[in-house]
Design a protein around this ligand. Structure first.
Ligand SMILES: Cc1cc2nc3c(=O)[nH]c(=O)nc-3n(C[C@H](O)[C@H](O)[C@H](O)COP(=O)(O)OP(=O)(O)OC[C@H]3O[C@@H](n4cnc5c(N)ncnc54)[C@H](O)[C@@H]3O)c2cc1C
Length: 407
């Protein structure tokens, strides 16, 4: 059985950042990903674009370091297609010496006392076991959190309902100018079609972004409520229901706007987008009050100012709390730290935060920063105390700043 310094489970943006950061610090790193490319929600669920990562009218970066490097390397491909991020991530992990295991799903963890010891992985050639000194859960859904019985919360605290799921889709060949003219009319028609039962999507309006790439419109508008993203049958039903909503939307667009006359449905995300599922209940649970108060922590490892953005888990409506352009909140290292283990961290969507705080800090730029912080924290633990609970926080923050973090 091969042994590593660190195993990172999940190759989304947070897992890529964690493994690259640790690899660059000289650790032997295995990154395990159930699909065949990196990016997670960003690529498999087509999530686009990067939301709020600056403040003061774009003058200062809130998310920097590896996240900026990712954006710069994307630009070097000179191709606006979001797909190029798959290439960027391959480049970055390879250069950092990270070993990547694709098409492999971690399904069991062995723990002894306060240590995670081994993982069982379903691969193309059956079950493999891997051992490491440290582990990071960047699975979005907190799969390692569940396998190791860490304290966690599914969805909101009152009833475990999660934010809605959304299958993103992209349409090519849209006459963009005409679409912009028709947009208001389409929003009204959409409500009419909902009232007539021709559209079964409970979302209150059509949510769309221009791009990525020429002549493409990205739709983030399907809405599946009251389904549990970590129940295998529920998520299967959700995938089908969301694609049905896409089919209704395409009929709707073609029937109501000439802008769609020559359009084609070019892509449907192959994994429904999951906004929220399991979240760690770690050493610190980040709250919306701390975000609203812009509470600064001694162990801040990432910043943000994306709004508290709660898509109604039960149906229509989205609740938004906006931060002023100069305001920003902090994410502490303790929100990546499980109470139960001395050699495990989480990063990205499964961090320790309440339902409300999570709705803000789950965006991709912040996930990348959390991932980088987790990778560097493990490198520090590996070289010093061998314990994620006792690392020197000021050294961690110094290392993060040396690696470009905007904290
Ligand atoms: C519909 C929707 C719209 C959004 N819109 C935006 C937006 O416009 N801008 C923005 O910045 N953010 C947006 N977000 C939020 C953002 O996309 C995610 O929160 C973020 O990408 C999560 O990154 P992550 O790395 O934590 O997890 P993920 O990207 O989910 O990555 C987890 C990875 O782990 C792998 N994995 C899971 N379980 C296992 C296992 N057992 N073994 C091996 N591998 C495993 C998965 O295959 C996946 O690749 C949106 C999210 C959704 C769902």
């Amino acid at each position: 059985m091969k042994k590593y310094d660190l195993i990172v489970v999940g190759g989304g943006i947070s897992g890529v950042a964690a493994s690259v950061a640790a690899g660059r610090e000289g650790l032997s790193v295995l990154l395990i990903e159930k699909y065949g490319s990196l990016g997670g929600a960003m690529t498999a669920s087509l999530v686009y674009p990067f939301l709020h990562y600056t403040r003061d009218g774009g003058k200062h970066l809130l998310s920097d370091g590896l996240f900026t490097e990712m954006r710069n390397r994307f630009k070097e491909y000179n191709d606006e297609s979001w797909e190029c991020y798959k290439l960027v991530f391959d480049d970055m992990v390879t250069e950092a010496g990270v070993e990547v295991l694709f098409h492999s799903t971690v399904f069991e963890a062995k723990t002894i006392d306060r240590k995670v010891k081994k993982l069982k992985v379903a691969t193309k050639s059956g079950v493999f076991e891997f051992e490491a000194d440290f582990f990071i859960d960047t699975t979005g859904d907190g799969e390692l959190i569940a396998m190791t019985d860490c304290d966690c919360q599914l969805g909101r605290e009152s009833d475990s309902l999660c934010q809605p799921m959304t299958t993103c889709f992209r349409v090519s060949g849209v006459d963009r100018e005409l679409f912009m003219k028709d947009k208001e009319m389409l929003q009204e028609k959409y409500k009419e079609w909902q009232r007539d039962g021709k559209i079964n999507n409970p979302r209150e309006n059509i949510l769309e972004f221009g791009g990525p790439g020429n002549g493409i419109i990205h739709f983030n508008t399907t809405r599946i409520v009251m389904h549990n993203p970590v129940d295998p049958f529920d998520i299967s039903r959700a995938e089908i229901e969301a694609r049905k909503q896409i089919s209704e939307m395409m009929v709707f667009f073609k029937a109501n706007s000439k802008a769609f006359e020559k359009s084609n449905l070019v892509s449907i995300a192959h994994h429904i987008g999951v906004r929220e599922s399991r979240k760690l209940k770690g050493v610190h649970i980040l709250t919306q009050q701390e975000l609203k108060d812009c509470t600064a922590f001694e162990d801040t490892i990432a910043l943000g100012n994306y709004p508290i953005d709660i898509h109604n888990p039960e149906g229509k409506g989205t609740t938004l709390y906006y931060f002023k352009d100069e305001e920003f909140y902090h994410i502490p290292y303790r929100s990546l730290l499980p109470k139960e283990y001395d050699n495990m961290l989480v990063a990205g969507r499964c961090l320790s935060a309440t339902h409300e705080a999570h709705s803000a800090v789950r965006i991709m730029p912040i996930c990348a920063c959390m991932g980088q912080a987790a990778g560097i924290a493990i490198a520090l633990a590996c070289k010093t105390t061998k314990n994620t609970h006792t690392i020197d926080i000021s050294t961690l923050r110094t290392m993060l700043k040396e690696n470009g973090a905007a904290i």
